[in-house]
Ligand binder design. Structure first.
Ligand code: HEM
Length: 504
C-alpha cells in the first residue's frame, strides 16, 4: 500500500470512529424511547450482517423483534415496520411527515438529483410533477382514449408468440416489450418508427433492470456520507454511466419531438404526453425544467416496465405451477370471452378469478417488496417509539403479506382468498399494499392494473402453456429494488383459439 492510500485509510478510520462516537452519544443522551433492534458491532453497526438478501434478513429480524425495529447501518438509522397497524400510522395518520424521501446515492444520481416523482422529497415540485403526470397521462379519459394503442400492442405481442410456432417464449421479455411500447406510445406517440424503435427498445431493455438494481444495492457511500467521494464499490460510477446513455437517448427524443412540433406534423387533436409537457414549458417557463422533464420520463419508463414485466412473469409462473388455478382461469376466459373471440378491455371487469390470480401473485411476490423507503421530515412517534428525522423507514410489505397471523396458509397460492372483493390495490387495506399507500403510493396504478390484466388475459386465453422438456419450475426469488425471479420463466405456447385469424 503506498503512502497516499495509507493516509486515506487512516483519515477514513478516524472519521468513522468519530461519527460512531457521536452516534452512541446521541442515543445515550436522548430521553426518547427507540424501537428495539440488533446492535451489531462498533462503527459498522449491523452492516456486516445484512448480506446481499436484505429482504430475508429483514424478515428474520421481524420474527425476532416484532412489528417495529431499528438498526444502524454505518451512520444511518433504519427502521423496519412489519405490521398493518403501524403501517397505518405511517401512511395514513402521519402521511405528510412520512411522504418524504431521502434517496440513496445511486437513486439521487440516476434521477438527475431526485428531480423525478419517485425519489423527490415531499415538496411543491414533487406535488406539481405528480399532478401533471396523473392528470394528463393517466386520467380515466386519457386511458379510455388510448385503448386502441394498448390493444395494438397486446395484439402484436400475441401475434409474435403465435408466429414463432411452438418456440419457447421468455415471458418477462414479451411483457417488457409490450409495456415499454405502450408507455412510450403514450409518451411520444409514433415518433420512433421501425429500426429506431427497435434499437430504442433493445437499449432500454438492456439498461433499465441493471439501472434500477443499482438503486437497491447496499452502498457504503449511503451509510458513511463522508466516504461518498471515494465511491468504494463503483456504484456511483456505474449509475452515472447508465444515466449518461439514457440522457443521450432522451435528448435525442426531445429534439426529434420539438422538430416535429415546429414542422406542424403532429396529428391534430391527439396530443401525446411529451407534447403536453413541452407546450406547458413554453407557456410557463417556471412550470417544469428540462431536467425535470427527463427525470419524469425516466421514472415512467423505468418505474413502469420492470415492475410490470416481473409481475407478469410471476403470475404466469404461479399459474403454471398450479394447474387447477390455470384451468379455472382459462374456463372463466372461455365463458366470458369465448374461444371464437379475442380479449378486449371491456371483458376485464368480468374476469373475477383472473383478477384474484393477479392479486394473489402480488401478495406472494410484491414487485417492490419494501416499497420505496420513506424518510420522516421531522422526528415522530410510531408504535410509541421515536423515529428520528431522516431515518430510513422501510415498510416490509413482503413480510406483512405472508404473516401467518394475517393470512391463512400464507405460503400457498390461493386466488380464492381474493374473491370476496374486500381487498384491492387502493392502499386502504394495510395488510395488502403491493402498490404502496398514501400520498406516495404508485402513481402509475391505473395504467399498471389495466395493462397487467389485459396482457395476462390475452396470454392465458390465446395459448396453453407448458415448460420445455417438462422442466421443473424454479420459483426462487432474487432480491433487489424489484423482486425478480432468479431463473427467467421460459414457456412453450400452444394455440387455443378456434380460428387462426384471431392471432392476426
Ligand atoms: C406491477 C406494476 C407496478 C407495481 C407493483 C408498482 C409498485 C409501486 C410501488 C410499491 C411504489 C412505491 C409506493 C410507496 O412508496 O408507497 C411505486 C411508486 C411509483 N410508481 Fe409504480 N408500480 C407499478 C407500475 C407502475 C407504472 C406502470 C408506472 C408508470 C406508468 C409507475 C409509476 C410509479 C411512480 C411515478 C411512482 C412514484 C410515486 C411517488 O413517489 O410519488 N408504476 N410503484
Amino acid at each position: 500500500m503506498d503512502q497516499f492510500s495509507q493516509a486515506i485509510l487512516t483519515l477514513v478510520s478516524i472519521l468513522v470512529i468519530f461519527s460512531s462516537i457521536c452516534y452512541f452519544k446521541f442515543l445515550s443522551k436522548s430521553a426518547a424511547k427507540f424501537p428495539p433492534g440488533p446492535w451489531g458491532v462498533p462503527i459498522l453497526g449491523y452492516l456486516p450482517f445484512i448480506g446481499a438478501d436484505m429482504l430475508s434478513k429483514f424478515s428474520q429480524l421481524a420474527s425476532k423483534y416484532g412489528e417495529i425495529y431499528m438498526l444502524r447501518l454505518g451512520n444511518k438509522l433504519c427502521v423496519v415496520i412489519n405490521s398493518p397497524s403501524l403501517v397505518k400510522e405511517v401512511v395514513r395518520d402521519q402521511d405528510n411527515v412520512f411522504s418524504n424521501r431521502s434517496p440513496p446515492v445511486a437513486a439521487f444520481i440516476g434521477t438527475y438529483g431526485a428531480k423525478d416523482i419517485a425519489w423527490s422529497p415531499n415538496n411543491s415540485e414533487w406535488r406539481a410533477l405528480r399532478k401533471v403526470f396523473v392528470r394528463e397521462m393517466l386520467s380515466n379519459r386519457s386511458l379510455e382514449l388510448s385503448y386502441t394503442l394498448r390493444k395494438n400492442e397486446v395484439r402484436k405481442a400475441i401475434q409474435r408468440v403465435y408466429k414463432n410456432g411452438k418456440a419457447a417464449v421468455e415471458i418477462s421479455l414479451i411483457a417488457f416489450q409490450t409495456e415499454l411500447n405502450v408507455i412510450t406510445n403514450l409518451l411520444w406517440g409514433e415518433l420512433l418508427q421501425g429500426e429506431d424503435k427497435e434499437i430504442f427498445g433493445k437499449k432500454f431493455r438492456a439498461i433499465i433492470p441493471k439501472f434500477v438494481d443499482l438503486f437497491g444495492k447496499t452502498n457504503i457511500s449511503d451509510f458513511y456520507p463522508f466516504l461518498a467521494g471515494l465511491d468504494i464499490q463503483g456504484i456511483k460510477r456505474q449509475t452515472e454511466s447508465y444515466r449518461q446513455t439514457i440522457d443521450r437517448i432522451l435528448n435525442d427524443i426531445i429534439e426529434k419531438h420539438k422538430k416535429k412540433l415546429s414542422e406542424g406534423v403532429m396529428e391534430e387533436g391527439k396530443k401525446d404526453f411529451l407534447q403536453i409537457l413541452l407546450e406547458l414549458m413554453e407557456q410557463d417557463k417556471d412550470s417544469i425544467s428540462v431536467t425535470q422533464l427527463k427525470a419524469l420520463i425516466l421514472d415512467i419508463v423505468a418505474g413502469g416496465t420492470d415492475t410490470s414485466a416481473t409481475t407478469m412473469e410471476w403470475t404466469m409462473a404461479e399459474l403454471m405451477n398450479n394447474p387447477t388455478a390455470m384451468a379455472k382461469a382459462q374456463k372463466e376466459l372461455s365463458e366470458v370471452v369465448g374461444l371464437d373471440n379475442i380479449v378486449e378491455e371491456h371483458h376485464l371487469p368480468k374476469l373475477k378469478y383472473l383478477d384474484a390470480v393477479l392479486k394473489e401473485t402480488l401478495r406472494l411476490h410484491p414487485a417492490v417488496p419494501l416499497l420505496v423507503p420513506r424518510s420522516p421530515s421531522q422526528s415522530s412517534i410510531v408504535g410509541g417509539y421515536t423515529i428520528p428525522k431522516n431515518t430510513m423507514v422501510f415498510l416490509n410489505v413482503a413480510y406483512i403479506q405472508k404473516d401467518p397471523r394475517l393470512w391463512d396458509s400464507p405460503r400457498e397460492f390461493k386466488p380464492e382468498r381474493f374473491l370476496g372483493g374486500d381487498c384491492d390495490f387502493s392502499g386502504n387495506s394495510f395488510h395488502y399494499l403491493p402498490f404502496g399507500s398514501g400520498r406516495r403510493m404508485c402513481a402509475g396504478l391505473p395504467l399498471a392494473e389495466r395493462m397487467l390484466m389485459y396482457l395476462l388475459a390475452s396470454l392465458v386465453h390465446s395459448f396453453d402453456w407448458k415448460l420445455p422438456n417438462d422442466q421443473k419450475l424454479d420459483m426462487s426469488e432474487a432480491f433487489g429494488m424489484v423482486l425478480r425471479k432468479s431463473v427467467p420463466l421460459v414457456a412453450i405456447p400452444n394455440a387455443r383459439l378456434f380460428y387462426s385469424n384471431l392471432y392476426m
